[in-house]
Unconditional design. Structure first.
Ligand code: FMN
Length: 281
């Protein structure tokens, strides 16, 4: 049912998806689905699976680029006096660095932003910004200040609008405000000279960003477009054919329900894909 958005249950099919996208000049960003574990054992098993994924990708000749939700590897659980999420992230980023890869710390719901950005700071300090980055969500009022506060790190950041159901006290309820904040975040991160991942399917924002980089002389090596696997494939191919760096976010694994529900919630038209899949059996 969910196969339009999820590249199978196994890491081998996900790595195969990266290799298939490469034929269209599109890079991959692998995401083993999972979130909010509450036992250290489950968190550690999850981390082992991410480590195995990176090893398999490297063996297949693909420098691993993975996205990790820190809640899935134990963020918030204390083991031996240390946050287990940070402990496991260290193992994953250390291995990514060995393989010349990159780890993006996905951003989850707002109570996790402080700790995730603090852990990003720690990890960049230990492994370098070439191997680890994170995400800012334009719907949060706090994100512009967060971006400015990270500037000393010159971090690699993915800018998104935000996918969680958040209270109006922390997140903008009006889409036009979220879109305007999105542009401001991208423009200020680019102007500061930092690597920026423009993660949206919004064609107006994408064309505005193209104009912005032209008029500000920002090189194509300083940014990339990111979209979700299976969404706006036409636009992904077109941008890649125009010579932009494009990376598709490829979720895989058995735990696809929460991911899939967010996609349906943000765009009810996606339900059509579900129905079509169900009819096909
Ligand atoms: N939303 C989050 O809240 N946290 C994330 O870490 C996150 N990562 C994303 C990565 C990519 C490549 C894309 C394309 C989206 C991501 N999103 C994330 C979802 C966006 O916040 C948003 O819900 C989705 O892109 C739909 O909005 P759009 O019209 O900008 O495409």
């Amino acid at each position: 049912v969910a196969q339009r958005f999820v590249a199978g249950e196994q890491s081998t099919t996900a790595i195969q998806a990266v290799q298939d996208l490469a034929r269209d000049g599109i890079l991959g960003n692998l995401d083993l689905l999972g979130e909010f574990v509450n036992s250290p054992e489950t968190a550690n098993i999850f981390a082992e699976q991410v480590l195995a994924l990176q090893t398999q990708a490297a063996a297949a000749g693909v420098a691993p680029y993975v996205s990790v939700k820190l809640s899935s590897v134990g963020q918030g659980l204390t083991v031996n006096g240390e946050d287990l999420g940070l402990h496991n992230a260290r193992r994953i980023v250390a291995q990514a660095r060995e393989y010349g890869g990159f780890v993006c710390l996905d951003m989850e719901d707002h109570p996790r932003v402080d700790v995730t950005l603090a852990q990003l700071r720690t990890l960049i300090g230990e492994f370098g910004r070439e191997h680890v980055g994170s995400v800012l969500q334009s719907y949060l009022y706090r994100s512009e200040a967060d971006r400015a506060a990270l500037d000393d790190l010159r971090p690699n950041l993915r800018i998104v609008k935000g996918a969680y159901l958040e209270p109006e006290t922390v997140a903008m309820p009006v889409k036009a405000d979220v879109d305007a904040a999105y542009r401001r975040l991208v423009y200020s991160h680019l102007k500061a000279g930092n690597y920026t991942n423009i993660a949206t399917h919004d064609p107006e924002i994408i064309s505005d960003v193209k104009m912005f980089v032209l008029s500000h002389g920002i090189p194509r090596t300083q940014f990339e477009f990111q979209m979700l696997y299976g969404i706006r494939r036409d636009l992904q191919k077109k941008l890649a054919a125009e010579g932009f760096t494009v990376r598709a976010y490829i979720p895989y694994g058995r735990d696809w329900y929460a991911y899939f529900s967010r996609r349906i919630a943000e765009r009810p038209a996606n339900v059509m894909f579900v129905l079509r899949g169900m009819l096909k059996g």
